[in-house]
Design a protein around this ligand. Structure first.
Ligand SMILES: Nc1ncnc2c1ncn2[C@@H]1O[C@H](COP(=O)(O)OP(=O)(O)OP(=O)(O)O)[C@@H](O)[C@H]1O
Ligand SMILES: [Mg+2]
Length: 363
């Protein structure tokens, strides 16, 4: 059995610290002398830009792994972090997510199988969705880290996520395990923080990592400078937290400890009535969910107050998760290759509370 371990970092809820964890856990493992490959499986490609990597149009990316055209080796790029290589992400991944012909969930696994022997760890940064790309990551992974932000809505979408993991385990990847639930952006000054941690512990027990990632401004500064936290500010709390996390994962690997996924998931899922229909992606995608949308910039404000159903009728579900409270749409198809505008929609109690336009630069 190969000693290499593939870990997907996933939560369909947006902005919970997936990418921050992917970058800094990977670089911490690299510093500890393990060879690591980071896979940026998110169309936003934040893990790529967060490590200061700029891909050119004709560079190989994760897209080529999914198209199975290229030798997977050709897609690997060096990073400035020791022992860390990356297969960069690309906005073109969004096309793969939406391509109705895609139904093969083993594409990424097949591509990574040929690379495993070169690395101690392969870390996959997933997008905030439970679509085709993330399902492929679950099929390819040995285990999953679920970051949850320490805030009131921490539990949102977790049942659906666990039900999806369970289904992939049953149908495609019987050894899939949960590496752990990682509490992120903990702030001890906020009185509700400890309450939320206690609730999470009650629910997930020893699935919660002992390491808790505190809110630390250096972490967000580091990625805006295209650095890992270990390069940017090695004495920061963020740096210590991610080094501790990597050690906790190493210890677990050494002890070959398995989380009690098999036992606990059915219990956790007892209350869940989720229907997981991804096994027939064709059927899912025939719904008007995937209808392309046309919405003028000036109309965005009209979304405020709409229900999720109404937003789907207007914009399609695209690759958002219906259970998440933050949805994202790429807008203005015809703008330059270098700038992409995204519309973020924030729901509260099933209606749009707030919208935000974000601009990402791609180079
Ligand atoms: N521990 C932390 N302390 C302070 N800021 C953080 C921390 N973790 C993440 N952030 C910041 O929060 C924002 C969201 O984090 P990140 O991009 O890692 O989340 P994500 O789950 O990958 O988001 P998405 O769902 O869009 O992919 C970023 O601006 C990041 O810099
Ligand atoms: Mg991310």
């Amino acid at each position: 059995m190969s000693l290499s371990k593939t870990i997907a970092i996933a939560n369909q809820k947006g902005g919970v610290g997936k990418t921050t964890t992917a970058i800094n856990l990977s670089s911490a493992l690299g510093i500890l002398d393990y060879s690591v490959l980071l896979i940026d499986a998110d169309p936003q490609a934040n893990a790529t830009s967060g490590l200061g990597i700029q891909t050119k149009d004709n560079d190989f990316t994760v897209v080529d792994l999914f198209r199975a055209k290229e030798n997977s080796d050709q897609c690997i790029l060096e990073t400035h972090c020791p022992n860390l290589k990356i297969i960069p992400g690309s906005i073109k991944l969004a096309e793969i997510e939406l391509n109705v012909e895609n139904s093969i969930l083993t594409r990424l696994k097949t591509a990574l199988d040929s690379l495993k022997s070169q690395f101690d760890f392969i870390i996959i940064d997933c997008s905030p969705s439970l679509g085709y790309l993330t399902l492929n990551s679950f099929v390819a992974a040995d285990s999953i880290i679920i970051p949850v932000q320490c805030e009131f809505f921490a539990f949102n979408g977790l049942q659906k996520l666990l039900a999806t993991i369970k289904s992939i385990k049953t149908n495609f990847n019987s050894t899939l395990d949960i590496e752990g639930v990682l509490v992120t952006m903990y702030d001890k000054r906020l009185s509700h923080s400890n309450h939320i941690i206690n609730e999470l512990k009650k629910h997930f027990q020893d699935l919660i990592f002992k390491t808790i990632i505190k809110r630390n401004i250096s972490l967000s500064e580091a990625s805006s400078f295209g650095s890992s936290i270990l390069d940017y500010n090695v004495t920061s709390e963020g740096s210590t937290d991610y080094l501790n996390l990597s050690q906790e994962i190493m210890k677990k690997r050494a002890l070959k400890q398995q989380s009690p996924l098999g036992k606990k998931i059915p219990q956790i899922l007892q209350d869940t009535k989720e229907e997981i229909s991804f096994l027939d992606p064709q059927k899912e995608r025939n719904l008007e969910y995937y209808k392309p949308f046309k919405l003028e910039n000036k109309n965005f404000k009209k979304l405020i107050g709409c229900t999720k159903k109404e937003v789907i009728v207007l914009l399609g579900l695209v690759y958002n998760d219906i259970h998440s409270n933050i949805w994202m749409y790429r807008i203005s198809e015809k703008t330059s290759m270098f700038r992409k505008n995204f519309l973020y929609i924030y729901f509260e109690k099933n209606t749009v509370k707030h919208i935000q336009l974000k601009r990402f630069k791609f180079r």
